[in-house]
Design a protein around this ligand. Structure first.
Ligand code: SF4
Ligand code: SF4
Length: 186
């Protein structure tokens, strides 16, 4: 019988000792929050999802070259004479059509090394940190603003210009040859 009451006593005292810390915290302000209903204010220099303002991108590729994990893929096409691509908001003249600008954010390690070299400050970290997806492909962000047909047009225009230049060069070379022959005879 004595042992029976001893076990009850041990049971009660060990529960009370175990709950001592819990009871203490009932009377102090909580340090946790009810996420996602409540969100903490993020620090000023937090690193989260990247964004690219394509209006200011000159296609210089510096961000892609700085990326240590190669998660930025950029392709450009040179503009042809007569095309005016305008200027960026900090006054840089644009000369390249950006036909591909993909960031595979699943690979990104949020080092921010792509942000620093950008001459127009158009690639930057946002405050968006909730962007999980069920499919990995959805984490490849495409920032290009041109449509597929516009991209094809730009490529075709540039290829045509290059072909014309090559034809002109070949024509110049053949027209110079007879004169050179005459010179060689003398
Ligand atoms: S933050 Fe780092 S890893 Fe992510 S895209 Fe920029 S350079 Fe690459
Ligand atoms: S460094 Fe800036 S301007 Fe150059 S390609 Fe990257 S985002 Fe565009």
């Amino acid at each position: 019988m004595k042992e029976y009451f001893q076990n009850i006593w041990y049971g009660l005292t060990t529960v009370l000792i175990g709950m001592r810390v819990t009871f203490k915290h009932l009377f102090v302000p909580a340090v946790t929050i009810q996420y996602p209903d409540v969100k903490l204010k993020l620090p000023e220099r937090e690193r989260n999802r990247l964004y690219v303002n394509m209006d200011d991108c000159i296609g210089c590729d510096q961000c892609a070259r700085a990326c240590p994990v190669d998660c930025i893929a950029i392709e450009t096409v040179k503009s042809i004479p007569g095309e005016d691509l305008g200027k960026t908001s900090n006054g840089k003249k644009k000369a390249l059509w950006v036909t591909k600008f993909d960031i595979d954010i699943a690979k990104c390690c949020f080092c921010q090394l792509c942000v620093f070299p950008c001459p127009t400050e158009c690639i930057y970290m946002t405050d968006v940190f909730e962007f999980s997806e069920f499919e990995r492909d959805k984490l490849v962000y495409n920032f290009v603003t041109l449509t597929q047909s516009e991209i094809e047009d730009k490529k075709a225009n540039y290829a045509k210009l290059e072909a014309e230049k090559a034809a002109q060069k070949a024509a110049n070379a053949t027209s110079v040859k007879p004169a050179e022959k005459e010179e060689n005879k003398q």
